[in-house]
Design a protein around this ligand. Structure first.
Ligand SMILES: [Zn+2]
Length: 118
């Protein structure tokens, strides 16, 4: 296998992938490659693809792994835009301590977002 043409792969995927929420077929123009990895193109590659559904307006991030003739895809419904997905893809995961801190903050939060977000 030579170097993979990710644009062709995305065009093919947008033809076969359907929205997990409403079943609508994806529009190629609303499908963006967020990240690719093909350090070993003879063995395969992986892609992170973001797409918006024209019908129900939900967004899905697909993690796609290409292993020779086999393609595996996992879709996750998200409220992130493609720009958000690019922004957050290399961020550190939220730690248990951060979750506990948010929980403790919310226990006493009075609901006044204006004062908190200043
Ligand atoms: Zn949909």
């Amino acid at each position: 296998m030579g170097r993979l043409d990710f644009q062709k792969i995305v065009a093919w995927l947008s033809y076969i992938l359907r929205c997990p929420v409403c079943g609508h077929k994806y529009n190629l123009e609303r499908t963006r490659i967020i990240d690719t990895k093909d350090e070993r193109p003879a063995l395969g590659a992986s892609l992170l693809v973001h797409t918006d559904c024209d019908s129900c307006k939900s967004s899905v991030v697909f993690s796609i792994a290409i292993d020779g003739p086999e393609i595996f895809s996992i879709g996750m419904v998200t409220d992130l835009t493609s720009a958000d997905t690019s922004k957050f893809k290399n961020r550190k995961p939220i730690s248990p301590d951060e979750v506990i801190a948010a929980h403790e903050f919310l226990l006493t939060f009075n609901g006044d977002f204006r004062s908190v977000l200043r």
